[in-house]
Every structure is written in C-alpha cells, then in structure tokens.
Design a protein around this ligand. Structure first.
Ligand code: EPZ
Length: 436
C-alpha cells in the first residue's frame, strides 16, 4: 500500500468496511470523443410502463446501471418474464403478472420503485408498494402521486411504510398538481392510460423523460397529448399492444461529461446526445467562458482561457437541472471569482460540500445557496460518496485536483452512470477502481 493509503487505513477506520474505492489522479485534460448512454430516469419509467402492455414489449438503449437491474428484479418478482441483454435491449412479457405487492426489500434499492404504484394500478386496479429508497437529498414526499391516483377513483391507504391502492375501476379525471413533480407526473400518467375516459393533468413536469415516456406509451397505442407542456391530456384505452422503443440519451450523463470536460480544460465531443436538452447547462458554460459547439446529435466542449464565476439556480425543466447542481458546484470551485449555486428542488442536496472542502474548496452554505470562492488548486484527498450526483461531483473534483483522490462508496455512482470509469479513461483520465 502506498503511504497515502496507509494513512487512510490508519486514521479512517470507517473506510475499512466498504467494498471498493475509486482512485483518480487528477490534472489531466479529457480529450477525444465519447458516446452517451441511454437515460436512467427515462429508462426506469419505461420499464415500469411495460407492465401496462397486454403483450411482450421491448425497450432498447437502456443504460447498464444498477437502477435498471433493480427494476428488472421487481418485475420478475411480480411474475413478469424478462429477457435482458445489458446495453442492448429488455423484453418484458407481463402476461404472467398477477401479484401486486412490492416489499421494502425491493423498493429500498431505488426511488423509481414507486412507479410500481401507477403501473400496477393501471394494469390491475391494485397495488401494495413499500415507500421507496433512493438518494437522501430531501424529504421526497409522494403526496402528489397519491392525490393523482385518488382523482382517478383509487382508494389509498398509507400505513406501516406501505402504500395500499385499489379501485373497482379507474375513471379519467382532472389532476391539479400543487407543485411540479417529475415522479408524480409519470406515476399518474401510468395509472391514467387505461382509465375509462379522459384525464387532464395540470401543472405537470416537462422533463425530456416525460415526453419520452408519453412517446413510448403512445407507441403501444396509448392516447397521450401535451407531454412537454404544462397540461397533459390522456384518453384512456382498453388495450396496449406490443412495441419496440429506444429511450432517449441521458441528459444528466451528457451534462456531467460536459462539466468534466470543462473542469479539466479538455476538448471533448459527446456523441448521441440531444443538444436541446442541454440548453440551461450550455448557457451557463458559455457564460463562464467555456467554448461549447452544438451539432445535430453531438456537443463539443473546449477551453477558452479563464473560467469565470457564475450564479446558478436549479429549476424544473427547462431550467438548470437539480441533478447537475452538484457536479456544477465542483466545477465552480476553481472558477475565477465567487459563484453562487441555489438549490430550489431538494432541501438537503448538499452532502457533497463537506467532501469538496476536504479537497481544498472554499465553500459556504447559506440557507439553500452554496457560495463558492474559486481557488487556484484543489488537492486529492480521501472522500466518501453520499448520493448518486454527489458521487459525480467528487469524480469531477478528482479529475481537477492535484494528486490522488480516493473515492469511497462509489457504488452510488453505478446506480446512474454506466461504467463511468471506462468512459473517462477513454478520454485520457487516470481513473481506476480498487478492492479494499
Ligand atoms: C426525479 O425525482 C428524478 N428521479 C430525480 O433524479 C430528479 O432530481 C427529480 O425528478 C427532479 O428532476 C427519477 O426520475 C427516478 P420530484 P422525483 O417528484 O420524482 C417534492 C437523480 O439523481 N415532492 O420532481 O423524486 C419532492 O420532495 C435523481 O437521477 C412533493 O413534495 O422528483 C422534491 O422536493 C435524484 N410531493 C420536489 O417535489 C410529491 O408528491 C421534486 O420532486 C412529489 C414531489
């Protein structure tokens, strides 16, 4: 073991109980071309939606990530036949699904397990699903989901960490969300596509994966209009037929790679992405003085001298995505001047700040705004991942830092990024994983 690892082993016993760590030697500009994977947040919604189909259906371009694997296990636990070739396709035959209960042992692995509520309700008018797990970034209520189900005629009972939902029938109705919720919009869509009559959903989320899910369901014969706008109209149908559908590329992985390219002052072209999904980040990078060039399905990020401090405020789409708040904070740690990053969506999405401070970042948190005083250098250090996008932030910081950064609990990162080390290594990063 080298001297730094000996110090870590001696003075940080907590690290001794995790199974592996990621090692990054920073200071190398990322150079070259990479292709982004399919979208995590669109994939988990599409996989849940396969339960609504009356025949086998196939989803392509799924990322090979733990959240996809966990959802596949949930489908199989309910009786679905699953044919899954990682990185290629997933075919789900839901005709054997007669169960409607998903226990905490399965739901605790990912937030998106709550989509089983809408899918099982929409499929068989009954669902018993334990409250989900997922990243600890705030309260993450699901009251709006339950309100939407009730508006369609479902009876909801919420006790002992379980949600019990059932209905004689689901009938179309008006759903007014009190706040914009991605999960609530998706879950109520899943319950409504086979309801009797028309459902109109107001104040809905407009993220790209909402539109992608609507397109997927419509390719099965659903009748959804307005996805991507403030109002979604759904005319319930009796039957949903087989389809093969490729999900859109991952907006957040694209953004994370763009930020990593800027952070290392590299020259990276990201292929297979959708530049219009990236506009809020692109605008901020241009404001910083980073050179960003867009083509039909690729984005090139290059350095252009000094990177200026900027102010960021997370918003629902098409605003700056909350999922890029943490990697962006890492990038701004070495911008010239003082930046601010205001997190308006999740009240506790700040656990990465302590870890960035260990690397020499000058950061203060005032209410829900991070104030970042740019420094000339970050230094490698042992750090621990607390949630998926905090992990992305620490990878970005490790790529920027002088020396070696040891990232513990990297398994969080595997939930949402497909083989991130391989992608970064292909761009010239010195990054590897080591068993402890
Ligand atoms: C989805 O989470 C994503 N997860 C998150 O990505 C993403 O950060 C978030 O949308 C916002 O874009 C998946 O798609 C699996 P919300 P979700 O419902 O659905 C409150 C990642 O890193 N709220 O839009 O949980 C809630 O507490 C993950 O990939 C209610 O109060 O987000 C939060 O403060 C992290 N009641 C805010 O709304 C509700 O019924 C936004 O939540 C629902 C939500």
């Amino acid at each position: 073991m080298d001297s730094q690892s000996e110090v870590i082993a001696a003075f940080a016993p907590r690290f001794m109980y995790v199974k592996d760590k990621m090692l990054i030697t920073g200071g190398r500009p990322l150079m070259g071309e990479i292709t982004v994977s399919g979208g995590k947040n669109t994939a988990v919604a599409a996989i849940a939606a396969t339960l609504l189909c009356d025949e086998p259906c196939t989803v392509e371009n799924l990322p090979d990530i733990d959240d996809v694997h966990a959802l596949n296990e949930i489908l199989q636990s309910l009786g679905a036949q699953v044919d899954y070739v990682p990185g290629k396709y997933l075919t789900v035959d839901p005709r054997g699904v007669h169960a409607f209960r998903v226990p905490y042992a399965l739901t605790k692995r990912l937030r998106a397990s709550y989509y089983m509520l809408g899918a099982l309700l929409g499929r068989g008018l009954r669902a018993e699903v334990a409250y989900p797990g997922g990243c600890d970034i705030g309260s993450r209520l699901i009251d709006q989901h339950l309100k939407g189900f009730a508006a369609l005629g479902a009876r909801i009972d919420d006790r002992g960490g379980m949600v019990y939902a059932n209905a004689e029938r689901l009938t179309g109705g008006d759903v007014f969300f009190d706040l914009v919720t991605v999960g609530g919009t998706i879950n109520v869509m899943l319950a409504a596509v086979r309801a009797e009559g028309t459902t109109v959903m107001y104040n809905v989320a407009k993220e790209p994966h909402i539109v992608d899910l609507a397109n997927f369901l419509n390719s099965m014969g659903a009748r959804i209009k307005g996805a991507g706008t403030n109002v979604i109209r759904i005319r319930g149908v009796q039957h949903l037929h087989s389809t093969t559908y490729a999900v859109i590329p991952d907006q957040i992985e694209t953004g994370t790679l763009m930020i990593a390219a800027a952070a290392t002052r590299g020259d990276v072209t990201i292929h297979g992405c959708i530049p219009t999904h990236m506009e809020a980040l692109t605008a901020k990078l241009l404001e910083m003085g980073v050179r960003v060039t867009e083509n039909d399905d690729s984005i090139r990020v290059r350095p252009q001298g000094e990177q200026r401090a900027v102010n960021v405020k997370t918003q629902v789409y098409p605003g700056f995505p909350t999922d890029l708040q943490q990697p962006m904070t890492a990038l701004l740690c070495m911008a010239s001047g003082t930046s601010s990053v205001c997190e308006t969506i999740f009240e506790q999405r700040f656990k990465h700040l302590d870890e960035l401070r260990r690397m020499g970042a000058h950061i203060r948190l005032v209410d829900r705004t991070v104030l970042i005083e740019g420094v000339r250098e970050l230094y490698g250090a042992p750090v621990t991942v607390t949630d998926l996008r905090a992990g992305a932030a620490l990878v970005v910081a490790g790529l920027m830092a002088k020396g070696v950064t040891e990232i513990y609990e990297p398994s969080y990162i595997d939930r949402g990024y497909e083989r991130i080390e391989d992608k970064l290594r292909r761009l010239g990063a010195d990054i590897r994983r080591e068993k402890l």
